[in-house]
Design a protein around this ligand. Structure first.
Ligand code: SF4
Length: 331
């Protein structure tokens, strides 16, 4: 995997700061108002040009809400999302529509996101038509080029989505996302619905496209083998917070946050001769409508101390260049 510039001298492509998404619970007649669900709370991270940052954590930890907030498919409650320095949360709906040329998304279930009544060629041509600037012949040529680039046969353009396999449908979703030469693609569990053999093909395709076009990915996944393969850096989320961020190799070799340790210990062991010790995560995740005080992980953390219940640990650097950040009082 090629190195990605992550020095502070290089301005990030995407900078997310103090992002919050709280959902208000509907008030029921004659009942007290329920507290809002804090799906994402005070999340900050950056993504460099050509970099893959993965967001990982248990389901319900806020990773998909965070990723969708970047595109404003979910409207954040507070915070800042800057793309090349431009504040996306300040843009009007029309300005945001124009900016989506640079920001695309690939969904977990491509079938649900593809119009079943359109032929594959029209699905991929749709963003080109919406953003204008091309003749019909240029669009047709671009569609054929995109089909070839994602490994679909030219005659696939005249077929409907239901005629494709899951892997082919995901290739179609990738061709559509790629159509406008985006700078960043949010990949929301893009391979979790596919067979394992097809997963590897799609992940390798995404990596090839990144190497060729310098696209950045914000990659949401729960499969740590996939995350380990595709990521440059990884951010671990727990109950709406980022608890650890590090480059891929550091995170998998030397995790520091107790939750990251537990999460990685449950992943498949790469070398069966040196099996890792599996640590079981105790209890269920607390409700994001009523998160624990202090460190949100203290109700399940084997190392918890009194301070953990009282003070929220900040995400702070643990190495010289600030790339490894951990939110824990003890680690
Ligand atoms: Fe565990 Fe305390 Fe660290 Fe939270 S701050 S992860 S409870 S040791």
């Amino acid at each position: 995997m090629s190195a990605v510039p992550t020095t502070t001298a290089t301005p990030p492509l995407l900078a997310v700061e103090n992002l919050r998404k709280h959902y208000s619970a509907p008030r029921q007649w004659l009942r007290k108002a329920r507290p809002p669900v804090q799906a994402v709370d005070d999340v900050s991270f950056t993504v460099a040009k050509g970099e893959t940052l993965s967001l990982v954590g248990e389901s319900g930890c806020g990773k998909t809400t965070t990723a969708k907030s970047v595109l404003r498919l979910v409207e954040p409650t507070a915070g800042s999302v800057r793309l090349e320095g431009e504040e996306l949360l300040a843009l009007s709906p029309e300005q945001m529509r124009q900016r989506r040329r640079d920001l695309q998304i690939i969904f977990q279930d491509p079938y649900a996101s593809l119009n079943p009544r359109l032929k594959a060629g029209d699905i991929v041509a749709e963003p080109l038509r919406n953003f204008g600037g091309m003749t019909a012949a240029e669009r047709a040529e671009r569609v054929q080029w995109l089909f070839a680039r994602v490994g679909l046969r030219p005659d696939a353009a005249s077929r409907f989505p239901h005629e494709f396999s899951g892997g082919q449908r995901q290739r179609l979703g990738i061709a559509r996302a790629l159509a406008l030469n985006p700078k960043l693609i949010v990949c929301d569990e893009p391979v979790s619905a596919l067979d394992v053999s097809v997963q590897a093909q799609v992940v390798n395709l995404l990596m090839d496209l990144q190497a060729e076009f310098g696209i950045a990915y914000l990659f949401v996944a729960h499969d740590l083998a996939v995350v380990r393969h595709i990521s440059h850096r990884v951010a671990v989320m727990y109950l709406g917070h980022v608890v650890e961020v590090a480059d891929r190799d550091t995170l998998f070799a030397a995790p520091r946050h107790p939750y990251t340790e537990i999460l990685l210990s449950a992943a498949p062991v790469p070398n069966p001769r040196t099996p890792a010790r599996r640590i079981l995560l105790q209890g269920d995740p607390p409700s994001p409508a009523n998160p624990p005080s202090g460190c949100r992980f203290h109700t399940r953390c084997p190392l918890a101390q009194a301070v953990c219940r009282e003070q929220r640990p900040a995400l702070t650097p643990r190495d010289g260049d600030g790339t490894h950040q951990v939110a824990c009082h003890l680690r």
